[in-house]
Write a protein that binds this ligand. Structure first.
Ligand code: PLP
Length: 418
């Protein structure tokens, strides 16, 4: 189908599923695929796959440099996708939309440009105990180089951030940057980033928001959040791999030095030195991920047509149902806040069965979940467990699939108690 604007119509999950060819295959002979690993990466609809195919078949060429028709068509589509992304997150201008390879690259870009240029010994970066490694390690690397200190906001037993501790750090330390995830990929916690941004600004600090688990699942407005930097990945929002976005406030981006040097990011190169291109190209050195950017535009079209509020409501209903049903299974421990307060993630452990075994036994039943530390080892240290299992839901998942997950867990339990 082509998803229609919401119009208050009921969410038609069957019509959505019809667009995703991978969902219609057998995972093993006679066993259908139930894909519940969406927080790691999402599946792609025909509309995105066809967009990539069309680019390579009809107008594959480099962007911003050819005078010929193919290059003009590629450039047009590449820049049109940027405008779609700008509208999707309500950025003020397309110049503030920098294409990256993903969330990880976006955070590293800010660490290596803005932070390197503006932070010095003794300055403080505030992160949290629940961050993905991509929002911890780049700051540790910077800290080692520049003598910057990192403070981590603790996670409370209910899976939310200790906002009193956050306020105290801002009051007492020379904080220059707060860097926090919008939605936790493990706990599902939706952090109050608009409030955290206000507090950071009142303390004279900037805020970077990791939106990797937010943009695919709920409406996001970077102006309403009043964040200074915002990063996310295309592959988690039904778009291609290898493409992501850094939104940055224009005055900051203008003042920042470039990161990678090469073609397209320059205005003039002389052997004695070079000058930089205007935004956003100053940060897009070399041939970019052209097909992937255009594919991201198609993903944005698809999600927008379906309506992010509708997708969010569908996921919330599924999360409430999944957590209720999971709580019925004997020996299960659930992590994170109540369903109403969290994203579409159900992370759990099962007494007496290692998370990897849970995932393997589910895989045998056609159910794909993630097991491990989910790139959040410090959070698992806080939870006191080496690993957990995670089912994560998206726009095409169904209540029947959740029932299958529960049945699968009962089977796993039986297998381990035999
Ligand atoms: N931040 C969060 C919250 C994530 O869930 C992920 C991916 O799992 C990342 C960052 C890293 O994203 P990528 O690997 O696309 O750069």
């Amino acid at each position: 189908m082509n998803p229609q604007p919401s119009n208050g119509m009921p969410y038609d999950v069957d019509a959505v599923r019809a667009d995703f060819p991978i969902l219609h295959q057998e995972h093993h002979t006679g066993v259908p695929l139930i894909y519940l690993d969406n927080a790691a990466s999402s599946q792609k609809p025909n509309q995105v796959i066809d967009t990539l195919d069309d680019y390579y078949r009809r107008y594959n060429a480099n962007v911003h440099r050819g005078i010929h028709k193919l290059s003009e068509a590629a450039t047009f589509a590449y820049e049109e996708a940027r405008i779609k992304v700008k509208k999707f997150i309500n950025a003020p201008s397309k110049r503030e939309i920098i294409y990256t390879r993903g969330t990880t690259e976006g955070i590293n870009l800010v660490a290596q440009t803005w932070a390197r240029a503006n932070l010095s010994e003794g300055d403080v970066v505030v992160s949290t105990q629940m961050e993905h490694h991509s929002n911890i390690v780049p700051w540790q690397m910077l800290a080692a180089e520049k003598g910057v200190h990192i403070r981590y906001v603790p996670v409370l037993p209910d899976g939310t951030l200790d906002l009193n501790a956050y306020a105290q750090i801002l009051r007492e330390e020379p904080v220059k940057l707060v860097t926090v995830m919008y939605v936790s990929n493990v706990l599902g916690t939706v952090n109050p980033v608009a409030q955290m941004a206000r507090q950071a600004h009142d303390a004279g600090a900037l805020i970077l928001v990791d939106g990797a688990q937010a943009v695919p699942h709920m409406p996001v407005d970077v102006q309403a959040l009043d964040c200074d930097f915002f990063v996310f990945s295309g592959h988690k929002m039904i778009g291609p791999t290898g493409i992501g976005v850094l939104y940055g406030r224009r005055d900051l981006l203008e003042a920042m030095p470039p990161w990678m040097g090469g073609g397209d990011m320059i205005s003039r190169v002389r052997l004695e030195g070079s000058t930089w291109n205007e935004l956003p190209y100053k940060f897009e050195a070399g041939t970019p991920a052209i097909a992937e950017a255009i594919g991201l535009g198609a993903a944005v079209d698809y999600l927008s047509a379906l309506g992010m509020e509708n997708i969010h409501a569908h996921e919330q209903a599924m999360t409430v149902y999944a957590l209720d049903r999971l709580a019925e299974v004997p020996g299960i421990t659930l992590y994170g806040p109540d369903a109403e307060k969290k994203g579409a993630v159900a992370t759990f452990s099962m007494q007496g069965i290692h998370a990897h075994d849970v995932a393997q036994l589910l895989d045998g039943q056609g159910i794909a979940v993630r097991a491990g530390h989910h790139c959040a080892q410090p959070l698992h240290d806080v939870l006191g467990i080496p690993a957990s299992a995670r089912a994560s839901f998206y726009l095409y998942n169904t209540f029947t699939e959740i029932d299958a997950l529960i049945e699968g867990l009962y089977k796993a339990k039986t297998a381990f108690t035999l």
